[in-house]
Design a binder for this molecule. Structure first.
Ligand code: NAD
Length: 516
């Protein structure tokens, strides 16, 4: 078994080691989860929600401990960790607790007149044992949001955290608040090798959050078993700024949206498009405010930007910026590491970048933005859609009609208008991408329903009647069916109902005749 060192992402000291999980451990995790699922099957949504409330309370009581652990493995600034990891999960848990019973309740469905006398219903049933694979950038938030959703819907879970930020034992500790959930959530540690072995155990569905590169591998492996997959992948989010905005506020939003979590957010702002009339004033203010940002980790809440969690990510950021510089882009702020040994990258602003540069076309996943001027609405729509990604975006303008028009034209899964990264701040909104940013949704009604399969139910109370479309097929019945179709689909208003009633009665009486 290969040992994987989990490092303090700031000092780079080894905190502890995890091992790639063995075949036996993987089989045991699935076997436990399948038993857990049998227990969950006997529960109502209300009972599961009661169990979730206990987990929510444990998260609330332990929020500072959670923040400490997350900071150690990610190098986030303390405020980033508190707001996005602890508060984000609590907010989502409360939404889930309040809404799951309604969203998962049996539904009545419309029954058409041609099926007179029947009733239709939809049940939203659990899938079974679902596999959740998570990345390192929000190790607690992404884990808990997916796991809580799966449990609310009645699924048991096998969860594989990133090998870079496994938060050893933390998820298990939160789940121990409820015996029902303890047996239903199985955390399996390891890298992509372990994840591939987990997929071979044929989970009912895979929920993956991570890079497009890994997403493609998962989809291809899952295809062998026809396992459904939801993919939450990377982004290259655009911020579109029209010339009627409050510049100070929009610059503040831009800097936060680009630099929060040191830019290691799938939805962080990476490309900023500013209308020419305010372009220079916007860039000047951006540069001025960017210089004031405070970099630190292990802070007491007073630092703005933390470290870069993964060393390979730091290499990607440095290479993209250096390549852009070499190709003629202007680095007007940052563009290098903070001096010293620590993995901090200075908040960076780039002008004159072009779409052939990686910094404009590939995900950067660091505290780096490009800023470009535009003239017309159509020009900015075309330019900002010119990417293979489509996760989220923001549009800034006092003209809300124009902002809405642009929001509709952007090829993304979410748009914040006059704010940034805020769609994911509302647990009631679905979260997910288009194009290479993936498919499927987490959160909101869609996210919860994505953890279920619908079962269609039709109840026929007239159990002593034969159906018109059952055997025997006869020439007489064929003619009556033709009249029935004509009555139903070829007429409108009162005529339709009169003809429908007449042909329906004839067809009905013909259908009750036994085979002669
Ligand atoms: P990654 O794709 O390298 O790894 C994600 C997870 O996949 C890890 O747990 C890893 O062990 C596992 N994995 C690796 N190889 C695998 C394989 N062959 N089969 C199955 N699993 C495998 O991503 P990362 O570097 O951890 O995370 C950063 C990426 O995640 C960025 O692209 C970011 O945009 C994206 N992300 C997306 C969202 C979203 O909701 N859309 C949210 C957060 C992060």
């Amino acid at each position: 078994m290969n040992a994987i060192a989990v490092k303090n992402s700031v000092t780079l000291e080894t905190l502890y080691e995890i091992n790639e999980s063995s075949e036996e451990q993987i089989k045991a995790a699935f076997s436990n989860a399948r038993e857990g699922f049998q227990q969950l099957k006997k529960t109502t949504v209300k009972e599961r929600v009661e169990a979730l409330k206990k987990v929510r309370d444990v998260i609330y009581e332990n929020r500072e401990k959670i923040v400490d652990k997350v900071i150690l493995e990610t190098g986030k600034s303390r405020t980033d960790a508190l707001v996005s990891e602890a508060m984000g999960v609590l907010d989502y848990a409360d939404w889930l607790i309040a809404n799951a019973p309604k969203i998962l309740a049996d539904e009545k469905a419309h029954t058409p007149i041609s099926l007179m006398g029947k009733k239709s219903k939809i049940y939203h049933e659990a899938l079974g044992v679902v596999l959740i694979i998570a990345p390192w950038n929000y190790p607690f938030n992404i884990a808990m949001v997916s796991i809580l959703t799966a449990l609310a819907a009645g699924n048991a879970v096998v969860f594989k955290p990133s090998e870079i930020t496994p938060l050893n034992g933390l998820i298990e500790e939160m789940m121990s608040a409820s015996p029902l959930l303890t047996s239903s959530v199985n955390v399996v540690y390891g890298s992509g090798i372990t994840a591939q072995r987990l997929i071979d155990q044929r989970p009912a569905k895979i929920f993956f959050t991570g890079s497009a590169r890994t997403g493609k591998k998962i989809l291809s492996q899952a295809a062998n078993y026809l396992i459904p997959v939801e993919l939450e992948l990377g982004g290259k989010d655009q911020m579109v700024v029209f010339d009627d905005v409050n510049i100070d506020r929009t610059v503040a939003g831009c800097l936060w949206g680009a630099m929060t979590n040191a830019g290691q957010s799938c939805t962080s702002v990476e490309r900023v498009y500013v209308q020419r009339g305010i372009y220079q004033a916007f860039v000047d203010k951006l540069k001025e405010e960017c210089a004031k940002l405070v970099l630190n980790a292990g802070d007491d809440g007073g630092a703005d930007i933390g470290g870069i969690t993964a060393d390979f990510q730091l290499d990607i950021i440095r290479k993209q910026v250096e390549d852009a510089r070499a190709a003629g882009a202007s680095i007007i702020a940052g563009g290098e590491m903070l001096s010293g040994e620590l993995p901090f990258y200075l908040p960076t602003i780039i002008e004159n970048a072009t779409t052939d540069m990686a910094v404009m076309s590939e995900e950067t996943f660091g505290p780096v933005i490009t800023v470009s001027p535009f003239t017309t609405e159509q020009e900015v729509i075309d330019e900002s859609n010119n990417t293979e990604f489509g996760l989220s975006a923001s549009v800034w303008s006092k003209d809300l009609v124009r902002a809405d028009r642009v929001a509709r034209a952007l090829e993304v899964g979410a748009v914040s208008i006059n704010n940034v990264m805020l769609t994911e701040g509302n647990p009631a909104l679905p979260f997910g991408g288009t194009k290479q940013s993936g498919f499927g949704r987490v959160k909101g009604v869609e996210g919860l329903r994505g953890m279920t399969q619908s079962k269609a139910i039709l109840v026929d109370k007239q159990s002593d009647k034969l159906e018109a479309n059952w055997y025997p097929y006869t020439r007489a019945k064929y003619k009556l069916f033709s009249q029935f179709i004509e009555a139903l689909f070829g007429n409108k208003g009162l005529q339709k109902w009169i003809k429908f009633a007449v042909s329906g009665i004839k067809l009905e009486s013909e259908s009750q005749k036994p085979r002669g």
